[in-house]
Write a protein that binds this ligand. Structure first.
Ligand SMILES: *Cc1c(COP(=O)(O)O)cnc(C)c1O
Length: 469
């Protein structure tokens, strides 16, 4: 039952689930991982067959909570999250055949139509529950270029013990992305349109986190993708999909459109817990730091260039540290030394013997914009299915991996609904832009947003004045 968590960077005292949830990052700058991995036997995996998404979620996540949340409360939160109306498909994460042994795992049935809802909708409820137990409040401050803010806002809008402030660069997000955030009308949700760039937004958030007094006064926190609870909640759909494709009797594979390595790392966790996953495909766009790493054994930072799949336009993959720690045999000192070198020199290398081990599981592929568009067109012509640019990057990799291993059932993670990227999709298919009722609805709602100058002191004063409690 007991479950505690360690940091990747030092052998500091272990933490329990509640502390890991609220902390996000370990005090030594490392990321949290469970000290021991729970494991599922073949018969335990078989027992998940035919179970609802919520029931599977309870079975998969319960060991990670380690008794910090009572079973009844956990079960109720999971039911509220996945069966309370936020997800618009009865299967929550349905698996659709594409062709041959290739499937699409649809992860766009949540409120903001991206896979981030699957974890964040639960994490918001977990936050609220743990804060209630501790009789305290928290203030989340974050910056978004447009694509991630809405999932965090939707996750927190019903939280009684959380205020959320999201900064976006005024006039520099798409209208649809802005409206997904600003149409939310809740007393604890605060949208700030910053007169500046996305970098200005990030700099201000960083400055606020660096201000110790401010941090303590408002109970400052973040919901970024390094939070362990997000990874934990993402493990669930690997189990539901694998069982549907025939596990544990059959091996299965997944291909994941990858940015910060959170989603694909959840797949690695599922495998570590006993799910028979043969290959995890890492699909990157032209911002291909991970693909270059798997080709060369060298992780090297380069400039980010905008692509058709903006949620994967990243310079470094922050969650990769978790896998690297495992690959190094959980050697804190080596990991910490590599991370220090990475920060100083902007690169590090990993020796061949470890790369061979990594290649037993991971296959990385890159997909440039013309190939992304061509893949959207190809899938549309062959099957009538419309996929978004992120899904297309993964599908491009999947077609290649499938050719080398046509027998193993394979699921491509469809991480966003095509209606979120109407221009790129309609240009590729030559048809009218895809729509979704949830996006149509926000187009006519009033907006709730405060325009502010790019000034840290003014933003800090605004947060102090507007937060509740
Ligand atoms: C966030 C996001 C990704 C990247 O996921 P990571 O967990 O950061 O690797 C890929 N596709 C879409 C649509 C996303 O929103």
């Amino acid at each position: 039952m007991m479950m505690d968590y360690i940091s990747t960077r030092s052998a500091a005292a272990p933490k329990d689930f509640a502390a890991v949830l609220l902390d996000g990052m370990a005090p030594d700058g490392g990321l949290y991982l469970p000290r021991r991995w729970p494991s599922f036997s073949a018969s335990e995996i078989t027992a998940l067959r035919g179970k609802s998404y919520a029931a599977t979620a309870f079975a998969v996540m319960r060991p990670f909570i380690g008794g910090m949340i009572a079973d009844d409360a956990l079960r109720a939160m999971i039911a509220d999250t996945y069966e309370g109306g936020a997800f618009d498909d009865p299967d929550v994460a349905p698996l659709r055949p594409v062709r041959d042994t290739i499937h699409l795992l649809e992860l766009f049935h949540g409120p903001t139509l991206s896979f981030k809802d699957y974890a964040l909708q639960l994490v918001g409820r977990l936050f609220d529950h743990v804060l209630e137990q501790k009789n305290t409040r928290m203030t989340i401050v974050g910056a978004t270029s447009g694509d991630t803010g809405s999932a965090a806002i939707e996750a927190c809008k019903n939280c009684r013990n959380v205020d959320i402030f999201i900064l976006h660069p005024k006039g520099r997000t798409s209208e649809l992305q802005r409206r997904q955030m600003t149409s939310v009308d809740a007393p604890n949700v605060h949208n700030i349109a910053l007169e500046g760039t996305f970098d200005d937004c990030q700099d201000i958030v960083k400055a606020l986190f660096a201000d110790e007094a401010f941090r303590a006064d408002v109970g400052l926190s973040a919901v970024n993708s390094i939070n362990w609870a997000r990874i934990m909640a993402q493990i669930v759909y690997y189990f539901t999909a694998a069982v549907t494709m025939g596990a544990p009797e059959r091996d299965v594979s997944f291909v994941v459109p990858t940015g910060n390595f959170g989603n694909v790392f959840a797949g690695w966790c599922a495998r570590r817990m006993g799910l028979p996953i043969r290959t995890l495909g890492i699909a990157t766009n032209r911002n291909d730091i991970l693909t270059r790493f798997f080709e060369s054994g060298e992780m090297r930072i380069e400039q980010v260039t905008p692509s058709l799949s903006p949620s994967m336009d990243i310079q470094i993959s922050s969650n990769f540290e978790r896998y690297l720690f495992e690959l190094l045999g959980r050697d804190h000192d080596r990991l910490a030394a590599l991370m220090t070198r990475f920060r100083q020199d902007r690169f590090f290398t990993v020796e061949d013997v470890l790369m061979q081990r990594a290649h037993e599981i991971f296959q990385a592929r890159r997909c440039k914009d013309p190939e992304t568009a061509a893949t959207i067109a190809q899938i549309y012509t062959e099957t009538g299915m419309v996929i978004d640019p992120h899904t297309a990057v993964a599908m491009h990799a999947a077609l290649d991996l499938h050719a080398a291993d046509p027998q193993t059932p394979l699921a491509v993670l469809a991480c966003a609904h095509p209606a979120k990227f109407p221009d790129a999709v309609s240009r590729a298919t030559g048809t009218s832009p895809p729509t979704h009722p949830r996006l149509e609805a926000v187009k006519s709602l009033p907006e709730h947003v405060t325009t502010m100058p790019a000034d840290t002191a003014q933003i800090a004063a605004f947060v102090r004045a507007r937060r509740n409690g």
